[in-house]
Design a protein around this ligand. Structure first.
Ligand code: CTP
Ligand code: MG
Length: 242
């Protein structure tokens, strides 16, 4: 069965604060977008990638991955400025039009550019083994506290969940095709702006009562969000020669 990936790269990169789009920022001399797409193909288990780009950047993003784009293997479409969830929905439509026979769908952030191919293979294998929704997770190192709604003058602690039962969730997240389609149909009925959108695709599956399983994540799948992350990713990319 065919496996496709939606690679999200339509964000504006506000927290990174780079001049151009975040996906074109380089680590170790190669853009986040190119690294992320190259990693998916290097896994050997992904047959097609649909990239969601900012609407005004389609040509530039297409040129950026042209060396990877053999026989329709990599396609660039417009994402949504509204939310990641809306971008994934657009990417999913396009990916399933490109490969209507797809049985496994991965959703992956271009910002997780150093994701090892081994992790990508683990996710696809778990979906093929019969899990409808699979996410990579890592133990949490900090103590996490829940606080009262932001906006109050003083934040007050409401609770401290048991850290042993918390996981920091990464991408790629993998799904049986029908599960992700159903989850996004449900998600589209809710507000899809950034404040009301789901935090990730697995949350949409959870919302419809589906079962989501966690497999071991990888520290190298870190998301480049802030300038500190970018500095770390740049060092890792150079040091590990990846
Ligand atoms: N993304 C997307 N469409 C959006 C928002 C985000 O495709 N409307 C993508 C980003 O390009 C990124 C991934 O989702 O690869 C994870 O989002 P995030 O790390 O938050 O990136 P940005 O939204 O670009 O950054 P920021 O939130 O700081 O603006
Ligand atoms: Mg964002």
């Amino acid at each position: 069965g065919i496996a496709v990936a939606v690679l999200t790269a339509a964000g504006s990169g506000t927290r990174l604060g780079a001049r151009g789009p975040k996906a074109l920022v380089e680590v170790g001399g190669e853009s986040l977008l190119h690294r992320a797409a190259r990693g998916l193909l290097a896994s050997g288990v992904i047959d097609h990638i649909t990239i969601t780009a900012p609407g005004a950047e389609i040509d530039r993003f297409t040129a950026e991955v042209v060396d990877l784009a053999g026989e329709g293997a990599v396609v660039v479409v417009a994402g949504s400025p509204d939310s990641r969830q809306a971008s994934v929905a657009l990417g999913l439509d396009a990916a399933l039009k490109a490969r209507p026979e797809a049985e496994v769908v991965l959703v992956h952030d271009a910002a997780r550019a150093l994701t090892p191919p081994d992790l990508i293979r683990r996710i696809v294998a778990a979906v093929r083994a019969g899990h409808d929704a699979v996410v990579p997770g890592l133990p949490v190192v900090d103590t996490v506290k829940e606080v009262t709604d932001a906006g109050e003058r003083v934040e007050r602690v409401v609770g401290t969940p048991d850290r042993a039962r918390l996981r920091a969730i990464q991408t790629p997240q993998g799904f049986a095709r029908a599960t992700l389609e159903a989850a996004h149909q449900l998600g589209a009925l809710r507000a899809a702006d950034e404040t009301h959108a789901a935090r990730d695709d697995a949350a949409l599956v959870e919302a419809m009562g589906g079962r989501v399983v966690v497999v071991a994540g990888d520290p190298l799948a870190l998301k480049v969000t802030t300038p500190l992350d970018l500095a770390l990713a740049d060092v890792l990319a150079r040091r590990e020669g990846i």
